[in-house]
Design a binder for this molecule. Structure first.
Ligand SMILES: [Zn+2]
Length: 460
């Protein structure tokens, strides 16, 4: 069926995606047929050619490509309001006291609910392609299939991985490796669902486990936390004699499909090595602020040739809010009200370029003929002039807080006039309300203090 999103301002891409840059079309429209875009242009022109198309009214809003989130943790969805019940005086405490207890407490039911809740928020905030980093040590085998089914059910595109770690012993590390490998193979022919190798962070992955991962690695990409806190670098040096980036490089798993979340505290040479490999650093500004772990200097790192992208790291599913936060945090730290326009405007475009490496869609993230019909409508009429030069400022100031009225993923309207069409919100909320007290009880029954570097987790 041919459909037309009309009555809005079309933004064809984010900066850096297309060689010619984004094109802004006031009173524009996008026509798509099935999963593909067939025409873009002025509404008055397209109406003549596609008169029979079913119309979707953007009500004067912004029509732009669906957003890409390169680092998310669906599994954190049921942590909202959870009191860890113990002080968290360091990054290690944050992991030990909160996240490593939460992921251990997750079971099949809560993994599934968490995935659906996070995917629902992705839809609500206009994200159509998401990269998730999953952990549920009590339910490893088949966990990625379960999340993959949720992704397919809600109608988005996703790249999934299980975070391999030795923090719970070698047997669980092996099961994590097997889960990734099995899922990667199962998704080879899937156009919208991909698997890649997940690793927690260098400091919790032994040389033997790295070697086991490398033995079956065949270029499908690796998703790992790198230098989120100085401890990743210092503990890796002590335990393995090398920093996190050097280890990935020496094991042969640092390449242009490596997604390195954070990358804040790396020594000088590491950034150059990342740049040479073509790997990307995923900036997660809200999470970094929340954990008090410091800040990635995006312009500085980008100036060294590193492709810097953007993620939400489980803090939310709103990529545009993360973009605004990145911009404001940069200004707060530099104390310079002129700063923020160096490289930060490229974050969302870089997300698109990186996502294209995983999905066989050379036009992903662009509103052009033959591109996949992944597009969103944001509230916010063009009340001030919007053009190619002020797009980033317009996004950061003008529409990052705007509601998304429509999310269309591969031609399917998954959010229509603010209402999700593929998720029964009431039923999902009821399921979450029923399951979360038990999850929190299991959480509080687990000891804090799992320790690093292979120390097995303790539970009461
Ligand atoms: Zn993360």
């Amino acid at each position: 069926m041919t459909r037309m999103v009309r009555n809005g301002t079309v933004v064809t891409s984010m900066p850096g995606v297309s060689p010619g840059g984004p094109v802004i079309i006031s009173r524009g429209a996008v026509v798509f047929d099935g999963e593909r875009i067939v025409a873009i242009g002025e509404e008055s022109d397209l109406k003549g050619m596609h008169g029979g198309a079913e119309e979707i009214d953007a009500r004067g809003g912004i029509i732009m490509p669906g957003l890409v989130n390169l680092h998310h943790h669906f599994y954190s969805a049921l942590a909202r309001g959870l009191n860890p019940g113990a002080p968290m005086n360091s990054f290690s405490d944050v992991l030990d006291t909160l996240w490593w207890r939460l992921d251990r407490a997750l079971d099949k039911e809560t993994v599934e609910i968490s995935a659906h809740l996070s995917l629902l928020d992705c839809i609500r905030w206009g994200c159509t392609t998401v990269f998730d980093h999953h952990a549920s040590p009590s339910f490893i085998d088949g966990s990625l299939d379960l999340i993959g089914s949720a992704v397919a059910e809600v109608g988005l595109s996703a790249a999934l991985c299980y975070e391999v770690t030795d923090r719970n012993g070698v047997e669980e590390a092996a099961r994590g490796i097997a889960e990734n490998r099995r899922f990667i193979e199962a998704c080879r022919q899937q156009p919208r669902l991909k698997g890649l190798v997940g690793l927690h962070a260098s400091f919790t992955v032994s040389d033997q486990t790295m070697s086991n991962v490398a033995a079956t690695y065949s270029g499908e990409g690796c998703h790992i936390h790198v230098a989120e806190d100085p401890v990743d670098v210092s503990a890796s040096l002590v335990a393995f004699g090398k920093g996190p980036v050097e280890r990935l490089h020496d094991f042969g798993i640092l390449d242009e499909k490596s997604l390195l979340a954070h990358g804040i505290h790396l020594p000088d040479g590491a950034y150059e090595r990342i740049a040479e490999s073509g790997a990307s650093i995923i900036h997660n500004p809200e999470s970094n602020a929340n954990n008090g772990v410091g800040r990635l200097d995006v312009p500085e790192v980008a100036a060294r040739g590193v492709q810097v992208c953007l993620g939400t790291d489980g803090m939310s599913s709103s990529v545009l809010k993360a973009l605004r936060f990145a911009y404001l945090m940069h200004r707060a730290s530099t104390g310079d009200a002129n700063s923020g326009f160096e490289h930060l405007p490229n974050l969302l475009g870089n997300n698109v370029l990186v996502a294209r490496r995983f999905f066989e869609e050379p036009l992903l993230g662009e509103l052009v003929e033959d591109a996949p019909a992944d597009l969103i409508v944001l509230d916010g009429s063009e009340i001030t002039p919007l053009d190619e030069q002020n797009l980033f400022a317009y996004l950061a100031y003008g529409v990052s807080e705007a509601r998304v009225s429509h999310t269309i993923a591969r031609g399917k309207t998954v959010l229509e006039n603010y209402q999700p069409t593929t998720v029964d919100v009431e039923a999902l909320s009821a399921r979450a309300r029923t399951a979360s007290p038990d999850l929190w009880r299991r959480f509080h029954e687990l000891d804090t203090g799992t320790g690093f570097l292979g120390s097995p987790g303790k539970s009461k």
